[in-house]
Ligand binder design. Structure first.
Ligand SMILES: [Zn+2]
Length: 120
């Protein structure tokens, strides 16, 4: 569906009215017009929804803390964007419950991997 279809239909209705066509002749075109406008409205709603999605995606790089799994402040970019990827016992402190937490930074501008000891 496009606007050419719509303006063509309006022209058809205008012609029918101008030559004083019977209402029964005009009605089918008006029904089609109603249907076209309804579909245009739906298409516009879909475009608005898509547009809102794209806008929020564009805004994401300014929100490096967006990853809900991030629990650590990255050693490199200092944002709350470090996500735990692996946990292993700290070879030095394992008797005391020490662990090494491996992180991957979820900040798209950083993305570094690093580790921290819980006994640090
Ligand atoms: Zn980082």
């Amino acid at each position: 569906m496009n606007t050419t279809q719509l303006t063509g239909l309006i022209q058809t209705i205008t012609n029918l009215v101008e030559r004083r066509a019977a209402p029964s002749e005009i009605t089918p075109s008006l029904v089609t017009l109603h249907d076209l406008v309804e579909r245009l409205g739906q298409a516009m709603a879909e475009i608005q929804e898509e547009n809102a999605k794209l806008k929020s995606r564009l805004n994401q790089p300014q929100q490096p803390t967006a990853d809900p799994k991030a629990t650590d402040t990255c050693k490199y970019c200092h944002q709350l964007s470090g996500v735990v990827t692996r946990i292993e016992p700290d070879p030095v402190w394992k008797e005391f419950g020490g662990e090494i937490h491996h992180y991957k930074c979820s900040n798209p501008k950083c993305g570094q991997v690093y580790e921290r000891s819980t006994k640090e």
